[in-house]
Design a protein around this ligand. Structure first.
Ligand code: ADP
Ligand code: MG
Length: 338
């Protein structure tokens, strides 16, 4: 292509909300043979909501200075959970804090005395005034911390919540039945929910399921890319069951799950080594090394500044279909004109 043709191509891109940071990126785009999609905020809206809660632990054995015994009530539970999560920047934390305020009538949170965020695992905080330790995170981490977990513990499923945040007791098919935590969680994860466990003073107290809606154009975009012969992958820090459920819903059949943020770029390298020309598409700070490593790094416009900076192409409108437009533009520019 002549320099003029490349300029025209990037110009057309810009007019359509596709920011291409240089002619070489426009050129590589039509060679893309594999695309890795980040999950949260890329395939999903990144605005998760709490979809289910089950509180089954009790404060009996907790030496917390209160006279509390028996099952912890929901407001107290969410007062503690929100105080810890308010210190986290993870999207899951935002969903939990919102839920505490909007649904559980929590009025305010108390800054934790100590706070630690364990990447890919969860958070640990110490709460005032009694130095209560709270851990919120995935099962893998909770188990690795030596918290006793009895998956066959039989508890009644919580029916007070559904995806619309309405209190609704009459649309459940298993009303009155008890089931194992593990079955409940497995079902939630198979529906694409992310489940985090809450541990207070080393006792498993409950779980919180969080769901994040798919972007409306995600499925059609993947279908079209697959038709074009491009392999599609998903990468996420989330557990394999949730990850596979989301992937299946959008039509992606290859998943890298439980990937630590620092390892996302390694997945790009793996596909490059297989001979692919790889595009990575993401929105988060976590994604920036992978965006830089990819042959074509594509950032979601609504994403973080760091991702936008690391990328070669920015989808200003945050519409996934613009990936296809960018590839078409590249084809037009570099195949037709010599
Ligand atoms: P992703 O960006 O795909 O969510 P992360 O590596 O950020 O991946 O997180 C992986 C997992 O770590 C989450 O699915 C969750 O189980 C756990 N986690 C991370 N941060 C928190 C948090 N603030 N509260 C509870 N769990 C968390
Ligand atoms: Mg993301």
């Amino acid at each position: 292509a002549t320099p003029t043709a490349v300029m025209v191509g990037t110009g057309i891109g810009a007019q359509n909300g596709i920011l291409i940071k240089g002619g070489s990126h426009l050129e590589t785009a039509h060679k893309i043979s594999a695309i890795i999609f980040d999950k949260t905020g890329t395939l999903t809206t990144g605005k998760p909501i709490v979809s289910n809660v089950n509180i089954f632990g009790n404060l009996n054995n907790n030496n917390n200075g209160n006279n509390n015994s028996g099952k912890i009530n929901k407001k107290t539970f969410f007062q503690m959970v929100a105080s810890a999560e308010a210190a986290s920047e993870h999207p899951l934390a935002g969903a939990i804090v919102n839920y505490a305020f909007e649904v559980c009538d929590v009025q305010s949170t108390t800054p934790p005395l100590s706070f630690e965020s364990i990447t890919g695992s969860g958070i640990r905080a110490t709460l005032a005034p009694n130095n209560i330790e709270i851990m919120i995170g995935n099962l893998k981490w909770i188990k690795s911390e030596g918290i006793s977990y009895d998956p066959t513990l039989t508890i009644s499923p919580d029916r007070s919540i559904n995806n619309n945040h309405h209190h609704n007791d009459d649309d459940d098919d298993d009303e009155g039945t008890l089931s194992h935590i593990e079955d409940q969680v497995r079902r939630l994860e198979s529906d694409g929910n992310t489940v985090v466990y809450v541990v207070i003073d080393r006792q498993l107290m409950g779980y919180i399921a969080i769901s994040d809606q798919l972007k409306p154009e995600a499925h059609a975009t993947i279908t079209e890319l697959n038709k074009m012969g491009i392999c599609t992958w998903m990468v996420t820090g989330d557990n394999p069951r949730t990850a596979n459920a989301i992937a299946q819903q959008v039509g992606i059949d290859q998943v890298f799950a439980e990937v630590l943020p620092s390892n996302k770029s390694k997945k790009v390298m793996e596909l490059k080594k297989m001979g692919h020309t790889v595009a990575m598409i993401g929105d988060g700070i976590n994604d920036s090394p992978a965006l830089a490593e990819a042959d074509v790094g594509i950032a979601i416009g609504a994403g973080t500044d760091i991702a936008i900076e690391a990328a070669d192409i920015v989808l200003v409108k945050s519409d996934l279909r613009d990936v296809i437009t960018a590839i078409s533009l590249s084809k037009t520019t570099f195949n037709r004109i010599r």
